[in-house]
Design a protein around this ligand. Structure first.
Ligand SMILES: CC(C)(COP(=O)(O)OP(=O)(O)OC[C@H]1O[C@@H](n2cnc3c(N)ncnc32)[C@H](O)[C@@H]1OP(=O)(O)O)[C@@H](O)C(=O)NCCC(=O)NCCS
Length: 239
């Protein structure tokens, strides 16, 4: 793993993390979302042209997270040879990547991340902080069923961290398959079937898998990044 500060000209600092997946470095780009009032106001002023119309009247924290996600996306595209491209936003909120590129964005608290690839078929990423026990109690039955619970309990990880990762992995998968299914999918759409120290395996329900080019089973990588939990799906087209 290498982390290098990558200060793009004219833009706030973006940090690059190369995550080794199947022996290949996958570059992820992170940036801090400004939270101090003055800095944030200046930042939004500087990049307000990037905001899609539904966000022009949004609150400052939402505008700042959107802009920071775009900043990370621009860095991710730059390494693919696409310079100064601002990723658009569909009315359903899904990002509009340039032709031939798949990518994903996530932001949580003060941090945003983006990843893009010009040869992967599925790309998803999600950042989380560990969910609180009370939130887990409220949402658990919507996120996992009894069989998935058994897989999670058999994994060598404490329940809160493990549950947070399952939640995150399902969001990562959702972002990666959305370009194929183009509709909202609940958390029961995918099922946790494996959990190791670096990978969660999710299987798509057959009624949804039929809309997605193979495979129907996805390996989602997970790791810590600072005080965050990070999940990533990046898979190349079958040869
Ligand atoms: C869309 C969703 C995944 C966003 O997750 P989140 O934790 O709220 O937020 P994140 O910061 O991780 O991700 C937000 C980014 O995801 C991207 N995004 C939003 N909708 C998306 C979609 N339909 N497809 C792909 N990416 C999407 C956007 O870039 C967004 O940031 P932006 O609005 O600033 O551009 C979540 O709100 C959701 O609707 N999930 C559906 C339920 C689910 O995950 N089911 C699992 C099925 S397998």
């Amino acid at each position: 793993m290498t982390i290098t500060a990558n200060n793009l000209p004219g833009l706030p600092p973006v940090t690059r993390l190369d995550w080794q997946i199947a022996g290949q470095p996958v570059p992820l780009f992170f940036a801090e979302i400004p939270s101090a009032e003055d800095t944030r106001t200046d930042y939004i002023q500087q990049y307000k042209a990037w905001l899609p119309s539904p966000l022009v009247s949004a609150n400052a924290s939402r505008q700042a997270e959107f802009i920071t996600g775009r900043l990370c996306s621009a860095a991710a595209l730059a390494v693919q040879g696409i310079e100064h491209h601002v990723v658009g936003s569909n009315t359903d909120r899904s990002p509009i990547w340039p032709g031939g590129v798949r990518g994903a964005i996530s932001h949580k608290n003060h941090l945003a991340v983006a990843v893009a690839s010009n040869n992967a078929q599925f790309v998803g990423v999600d950042l989380e902080v560990e969910l609180s026990a009370s939130r887990i109690a409220r949402i658990k039955s919507k996120i996992i069923d009894q069989q998935e619970m058994a897989v999670l309990e058999a994994a060598d990880i404490d329940f809160v961290a493990g549950f947070t990762l399952v939640f995150s992995a399902k969001e990562t998968l959702y972002k990666a398959i959305y370009p194929f299914v183009k509709r909202y999918l609940g958390f029961s759409t995918s099922k946790l079937t494996g959990f190791t120290d670096d990978t969660l395996t999710l299987e798509l329900r057959p009624d949804i898998a039929q809309f997605v080019p193979h495979p129907a089973s996805f390996s989602i990588k997970h790791r810590h990044f600072r005080d965050f939990r990070l999940t990533l799906l990046i898979s190349n087209p079958p040869v």
